[in-house]
Design a protein around this ligand. Structure first.
Ligand code: URA
Length: 235
């Protein structure tokens, strides 16, 4: 891999900044200072240090974010804040994107990664990785509404949803587990059943719950065991 590409992907430096840092003589491969940004390096076998700090090579990055309201699930936007704006510099790298979308007013678990294959596997309904949501509803929940959602509800535009696991948590709160992610799906499911979602929170992806110690807006790397659970479930 090119040295500037490696630094761009493994640190918060942009490719341009990485090139400058290399030219400034701050980067060593083994014991040798390398000033050529295009030099080839094997991060699996060679030790790269930046200003004396060894680079810990990770092919991909997996972050759990507790999304607050007001951020869109995109990588960039001219006017609105995106979930990537919440990633602190020490966890940021090129190529990060949200694996799945939450509406701007939905809160909770967003997975950020630069691993496209993993994201596809997590999101594809074929892989049955459930996303768990808690929906707060304007009207009291009825048994009929729950049955409709369980059976695979037909949305107002005629789209039929897959059967979903759902249970009442209280008169105005339901927990749902969905394996698909249609546009505004939870809101449209309850709208089709004659109710209205007033707040929505994603609390888990697969069997990995949102870490309760993450304050809104905070993120952290997935732990090894969490990633293992998600990777084995999505196969
Ligand atoms: N369903 C919705 O309606 N909105 C979301 O953000 C996620 C699922």
């Amino acid at each position: 891999m090119r040295l500037d590409k490696l630094l761009g992907s493994q640190t918060d430096l942009s490719r341009k900044e990485a090139r400058q840092v290399i030219k400034d003589g701050l980067v060593q491969v083994g014991d040798t200072v390398i000033r050529d940004p295009g030099a080839s390096v094997d991060p699996e076998t060679e030790t790269v240090t930046v200003a004396g700090t060894p680079l810990v090579f990770k092919e991909h990055l997996y972050l759990m974010l507790n999304k607050p309201e007001g951020y869109i699930s995109a990588t960039e936007d001219r006017t609105q804040k995106t979930v990537l704006d919440l990633v602190p510099p020490e966890l940021f790298r090129d190529g990060l994107f949200p694996a799945g979308r939450l509406d701007a007013d939905t809160t909770g678990f967003v997975l950020l990664t630069d691993d496209g294959v993993f994201a596809h596997d997590i999101l594809s309904p074929k892989h049955h990785v459930e996303k768990t949501y808690i929906a707060t509803l304007a009207e009291p929940l009825t048994e009929e509404c729950l049955e409709q959602v369980r059976g695979g509800i037909e949305l107002k535009d005629g789209t039929v949803c897959l059967p979903a696991e759902v249970r009442a948590l209280s008169e105005h709160e339901a927990e749902l587990k969905l394996v698909e992610g249609k546009y505004h799906q939870v809101k449209r499911m309850f709208a089709a059943a004659g109710n209205r979602v007033v707040a929505l929170r994603r609390t888990a992806v697969g069997d990995v719950p949102l870490d309760p110690s993450l304050a809104p807006g905070e993120c952290r790397e997935l732990r090894k065991e969490e990633l293992f659970i998600l990777k084995t479930r999505s196969k």
